[in-house]
Design a binder for this molecule. Sequence first.
Ligand code: GSH
Length: 221
Amino acid sequence: MATIYGVPFSVHVRKPIVTAILKDIQYAVEPVIPFNPPPNWSSLSPTGLIPAMQDGGFTLAESTAICFYLERKKATPAILPADAGDCSRVLFFDGYAGYVFRSVIHGLFFQKIISPNILKGTTDHSVIDSILATTQPKAFAFLESQVRGAFLVGDSLTLADIAIVSNLINFQYLGFTIDKATYPKLAAYAAGIVALEPFQRALADEEPFAEQLGLSRGFLA
Ligand SMILES: N[C@@H](CCC(=O)N[C@@H](CS)C(=O)NCC(=O)O)C(=O)O
């Protein structure tokens, strides 16, 4: 059984969780809050970030590396296509998801949830307003231009969808909506991915954490 360390509502922890569910790989989540980690944390996660994973005597950090490990552990259903172009596009979107996290989701989540609820600090509304006026529309407009159907690459769920939609879930957890008038394809695509069983199961397991933090789950209805 693989142990995934981190909180399941994290954009990056959700990636290996959804991958494990998709592939029917047994896993357990060991909650780790990066701001208050256990004593051995740096040996599991050299950056201090979540997620990390342990499988038998093997340990690994970085969400993409962990998803790749799970892919090699159980090949089907594949989250990385065999075709060179498709596989490269999936890795591109996984990288772009990192950009969306750093430039949009991290700041919003920190200001609305982490600072007031976990660090007992304040919310800087000017940071939120700036993100919503600049980087968020830029990133969402790009994603809108990339959506061609149910999946970003090919005709089945890949790491591209898992990584991008994990960001879009946390955007909506914060009470924001993917505006259907401005981003009609992205809104429909995200709703379609969230409705898939691996996401539904992962999100059901997140419910106690989401409730505790006062996250908005209305978009799941
Ligand atoms: N490149 C890393 C990014 C991981 C990451 O940024 N995790 C966030 C949570 S989603 C974190 O640990 N944040 C705590 C911090 O910024 O100190 C990965 O893909 O695993």
